[in-house]
Design a protein around this ligand. Structure first.
Ligand code: ZN
Length: 123
């Protein structure tokens, strides 16, 4: 199943980093130890940012199940979706703001980055 293996949205993360740089958004860290392993963490502001892959997180627009083992993949992906909900809840209970982006949505990247910028500039 090489086609659906994921190395964690690297190209998507790089696009987001480019937007951060352009908007002069600083203070983020990657690969921090935190519930759910967010893609980006703003520790001081307690903001966890996830970039969800369309396949692994069950995007309604782009999820195309492989022809074989469909029930296996469906089960796996729905478990991921449930875990995402749980992760968001646990983080919120610990005072974190959780932002989630779909890897397909660059327009949304820009919007969320600007929102982040406003939050960070208030500090
Ligand atoms: Zn998608």
């Amino acid at each position: 199943m090489a086609a659906v293996k994921s190395n964690g949205n690297t190209s998507t993360e790089l696009k987001l980093i480019a937007i951060f740089r352009r908007l002069r958004i600083a203070g983020w860290r990657r690969r921090q130890k935190l519930i759910g392993q967010p893609d980006f963490v703003f520790r001081r502001e307690r903001i966890a940012l996830f970039v969800d892959g369309c396949f692994w997180h069950g995007c309604r627009k782009h999820l195309r199940l492989p022809e074989t083992n469909r029930s296996y993949w469906l089960k796996k992906i729905s478990a991921n979706v449930q875990r995402d909900v749980k992760t968001t809840r646990l983080l919120r209970q610990q005072g974190w703001i959780t932002l989630r982006l779909w890897e397909h949505d660059l327009v949304e990247f820009e919007r969320v980055a600007r929102k982040l910028k406003r939050i960070l500039d208030r500090e």
